[in-house]
Ligand binder design. Sequence first.
Ligand code: IPM
Ligand code: MN
Length: 332
Amino acid sequence: MSSYAVGVVGGDGIGPEVVTEGLKVVAAAGIELDLTHYDLGGARFLKDGMVLSDETLQEWRGLDAIYLGAVGAPGVPPGVIERGLLLKMRFELDLYINLRPFKLAGPDGHDFVVIRENTEGTYAGEGGFLRKGTPHEVATQGSVNTRRGVERCIRFAFDLATERNNHLTLVHKTNVLNFSADLWQRTFNEVAVDYPGVTTDYNHIDAACIYFVQDPQRYDVIVTDNLFGDILTDLGGAVSGGIGLASSANLNPGGLDGDTPGPSMFEPVHGSAPDIAGQQKANPIAAILSAAHMLKHLGEPEAAARIEAACDECATMTGSTSEIGDAVVAKL
Ligand code: IPM
Ligand code: MN
């Protein structure tokens, strides 16, 4: 059996605690990883100013995957770590798909997936200040939507829909965003022609928030832009057992053969939760499920499925971070 080269960024707050459990479970599932740990995040920045070096990024391009806990620490100005580490990783490694699966609690256990565009939109950093600090200050923050970027994301979502239940919903704001939503809707309609077996739907983002709470069963695969996807997936976590269960995969689907060769990155949706850091209070399930997704991506679907099934059985369990990790291991 092969061993996979995985870079680990435990990061800040509860990040290292939940990552420890994820790696414990992967090892218990019999998958060997060749781990390189990177001391990066808010705490590292406060120590010596390092956020992410070009050398580290270059090293990552040679890895099979990256496993991340959470980054962000009190005392670090907003944006430094988010833009300098997390978004830089997503952008530079061209992790253009942010895949976030959800499973509703209850007997039917309906599951659905949000495909969030991960390299463009308002996250791109277009904009700036004029007359900063004066009473006449102007701040703009543009949304960057390229035909290529939008189309590759929508195609990925259609492909996923064909592997699942042949239903795809576009979520955007066509009634107001007359430029960006127009490009998304036109691209969506054009790509749909190539997938005659997939039924399509459209919801405005605000309406989708209501449906997430009142009727999430209507969804199977959703595709949406970066910022809408960020907000919607926190809501997705909240309505499907809590953010402590929400996992994510930041994918460069082309991988080594794509335009930007390199690994994909796997992380829980939740943040570093500094208020409960170091207390073994965090639920590691989101991080463990993210590790399972990593194994699927590495070509170990059988181990991934076993871990997912074990997590299902432990989803409502209470206990310390390591107790929940141990319980998942016991169920394997
Ligand atoms: C997420 C997070 C990030 C985002 C932050 C930490 C930059 O909220 O992964 O959802 O906004 O994408
Ligand atoms: Mn978020």
